[in-house]
Design a protein around this ligand. Structure first.
Ligand code: ZN
Length: 345
């Protein structure tokens, strides 16, 4: 008896139809509300014989689920009809299409490349996985130089008999200079932007990968004065025509003499502020005259040719231009951060 009633209701549920939300609400009230058909059957359930309770119970659940599914299905149908063709405004433009943004490091790298390309530098990109020979040995790093240590460099494979054959993730883009000088004859005027890797704990100020741009100029009669003038032009293009530079003596294995370059603080204009630690100067790059050892190691006669090289961190320049002082932001892919650079290029 009760099973007949359930079958009848299942048939009704299967045949339910609705034109709008109001119809659906009526159906919901009729079948699924407190005083609805299904609850009425539940009340009858008490009088079902004990040996039939299991069969009837399963059937009631089936009915209830069928009613819920059907009503959801009708809701979807009605929603589709309500936003159907007759409601589409065909005259409405599909714009604005949300445009992506260039990554801030790409914006700044492109700007650096653009400035040096206008000064006649050509682009070169070397391998990120390189050998010790090109990254260290040819560039005059002593065999016991700390940069070769596992603390600083990621090793792909180590050769116990010959360190120069160790395969590593490059820890600077200087290896590109060795590759280039090995395969090109002077005059050389080359710029190599790229990603480099170091075995560092990740924090706001250090990361296991970052980006550099290095430049190399080798020809007859290249002097430190040429280097200084090119860097002054770069600083003025990058940070404004009033920018001043100063060079401080420094040390790098692959250049002699070596210097670090500061620019007048682009925040306070050299007056002194918290960003420049009240000195009026901020460091932006390292540079120097290519060590004759490196030229010879690459088959270039150091008695005939001289050269200069410089290298800068793209993250550092980006921080100076856009005040991004947490390196982690660059690789976290947070679109709220990335979208701040929408207008930057
Ligand atoms: Zn300042």
């Amino acid at each position: 008896m009760i099973l007949d009633k359930i079958d009848e209701l299942l048939k009704e549920v299967a045949e339910m139809s609705a034109k709008n939300a109001e119809d659906i609400e009526q159906l919901r009230l009729k079948y699924l509300s407190k005083k609805g058909e299904i609850n009425a059957i539940m009340a009858d359930f008490r009088s079902v014989a004990a040996d039939q309770k299991k069969t009837v119970g399963i059937k009631i659940n089936e009915l209830k689920q069928a009613a819920i599914n059907k009503i959801n299905e009708l809701r979807d149908q009605v929603a589709t009809v309500e936003t159907g063709n007759e409601n589409i405004d065909l005259t409405r433009t599909s714009y604005p299409i949300p445009l992506g943004t260039r990554h801030p490091l790409t914006i700044v790298k492109n700007e650096i490349v653009d400035i040096f390309q206008r000064m006649g530098f050509t682009l070169y990109q070397g391998p990120e996985i390189d050998d010790d020979n090109h990254v260290f040995t040819m560039l005059n790093f002593a065999a016991d130089h700390p940069a070769r240590d596992m603390q600083d460099t990621f090793f792909i494979s180590q050769n116990p008999n010959d360190v120069t054959k160790n395969v590593i993730l490059r820890s600077h883009t200087s290896g590109d200079e060795a590759h280039y000088m090995e395969t090109h004859k002077p005059p050389i005027r080359m710029l190599c932007p790229g990603r480099v890797y170091r075995n560092e704990a990740i924090s706001a100020r250090a990361h296991c990968f970052f980006h550099q741009v290095e430049g190399l100029y080798v020809d007859k009669g290249v002097s430190f004065t040429d280097l200084k003038q090119v860097l002054l032009s770069f600083a003025r293009e990058m940070f404004g025509a009033d920018t001043k530079i100063r060079l401080r003596p420094s040390y790098f294995p692959f250049t002699e003499p070596s210097a670090e370059m500061d620019i007048s603080c682009n925040i306070c204009g050299g007056e002194g502020c918290s960003f420049c630690k009240h000195t009026g100067w901020v460091e932006i790059l390292g540079c120097g005259m290519v060590d004759p050892h490196d030229l010879e190691a690459c088959g270039i006669d150091s008695n005939v040719y001289t050269g200069y090289a410089f290298g800068m961190g793209v993250e550092r320049i980006t921080n100076l231009k856009y005040r991004v002082n947490d390196l982690r932001l660059f690789s976290e892919n947070d679109t709220r951060f990335l979208e701040e650079f929408k207008s930057a290029y």
